[in-house]
Design a protein around this ligand. Sequence first.
Ligand SMILES: [Zn+2]
Length: 223
Amino acid sequence: MQLTEAGQPLIKFSHCEKSIYSFSVPRCCPLCRQDLGAWRLEDAPVSISSPFTNGHQEKCSFLLKPTQGTFLREYDGRADLHVGIASTTGVVYNYTERGVQRDEAGWEQSVSVPLLPPGMFGLRDQWDKYLEDFSGTGAWLPHRYEEDQHNCYSYTLAFINCVLATEGWGQLDKNEFTEKFVVPRTRQASKYITLYRAVEERGFCVTPGPDPGAAAHQGNALC
Ligand SMILES: [Zn+2]
């Protein structure tokens, strides 16, 4: 089985009129023990897309990850999250009590919100310069950091609003951004984590409910 930063790929198949999740297709159904020889098309195994992506391969995205550890291993749904902005070269800019960090590693398992609508090549070309200029302003010096009021989230949102202002577009409010773009993705990630850990523990997981891999349409934040 191929191991990736996003964990092992999850698959789903149907048997006993249930959706069954596992890391690989077992020889027989874990519920009825019947041999899984031939599949009806609608029951055949499909892979479930992971809600996590390698942030160092993202471009112009808002990224989110647990402050400590990774989503699949350590995240318990309540632990602190850290956010940053992907450049176009694999560097993730983020603000901590040590000032603006330019990480080349550590964001391999992130939730990503693409920020640019497709086709915005001009803005994309300027992205890294904007990020660097913005990060160099006095607002993001280490001593300005405050855990609740002036933190990683303030930094990313201020950057997004700075880009919006440059383009002559309206500003995004923190709650609006969170509700519209972050919450749907973290909700999907939580479902996936639960499913993933159950499969890891028992080898399979049976759900009567809707497919957690079927994400609702998620657009770009700036369109
Ligand atoms: Zn069965």
